[in-house]
Design a protein around this ligand. Sequence first.
Ligand code: C2E
Ligand code: MG
Ligand code: MG
Ligand code: MG
Length: 285
Amino acid sequence: YQAKGSRSGIARYDACRDTFDVGKLALVGELRRAIESGELELHYQPKAELRTGRLCAVEALVRWRHPRRGVLPPDAFLPAAEQTGLIDPLTRWVLAAALAQITVWAGAFDDLTMAVNVSARNLARPDFADAVLAALSDAGIAPGRLTLEITETALLADPEVAADVLARLSATGVRVSIDDFGQGQTSLGYLSRLPLHELKIDRSFVTDLADNPAHAAIVRSVVDLGHNLGLQVVAEGVESRETVELLTATGCDIAQGFLLARPMPPGDLADWVAAHRTDVLTADR
Ligand code: C2E
Ligand code: MG
Ligand code: MG
Ligand code: MG
């Protein structure tokens, strides 16, 4: 199976992945149904401003409530979805559900942005921009409230198409974030040509920040790089108070991680927000 002509670079991307086995094929058949039958759900993890402790965004993270296998994490089914093209309906479902959630929450969530993760194959499709804009207009949500999180790997599937798609979306106000920054192989020249708003430092550099001088140096440098490019810098994988203090000292803008909160179902998140809206970084939990 090949998504597009070899020019696209998709073939190169797929070659890095596992080949199919029978178990995976069964899973793919089930996933196709799962998308339609409501077995997918989104959990939401807060992002908070380091300077003020204020909640500023939530990231939607997909789970599959499988009838026999229990709740499956994204890593268990997203690679297969990418390989088969099921990622296109899956991402459409995620976008629609995350944007609908903004309206359900309303009120206390009015100044939050919603972050949605986007896969390589989504971004390699020129019509992806239309799909995102249709989802926003169907949900009646302003484009500026949506952040698309994109890994460097996802950009490399087809860098030209990805740049075009992001330029179109960014022109409407959609925000663009580079996820897991520092893990990939995108050139800084290419990144500097993209219409970016946010850099998320990969959690492998953040979690052990206090004990790893090399990672501390990388975090400081990425914060400077991001700020010099005019971007907001997010640290993911924040698990300790010490890390919060070090990040604050570097001038990092936003924190996300288990210290603040784990990803939660929407009802739990609403309760959590009511309790921690302005003191996300300081309250006892
Ligand atoms: P990501 O976008 O980098 O999301 C962050 C992942 O790190 C999440 O795992 C989250 O639960 C986890 N995490 C958050 N804080 C901490 C922390 O303090 N420590 C540690 N150790 N981990 C933390 P999750 O939900 O399993 O998602 C894994 C990846 O799957 C995501 O990484 C993202 O690349 C992908 N993904 C998740 N949902 C979607 C989706 O709806 N669409 C697409 N295309 N990809 C998704
Ligand atoms: Mg993400
Ligand atoms: Mg990440
Ligand atoms: Mg990740």
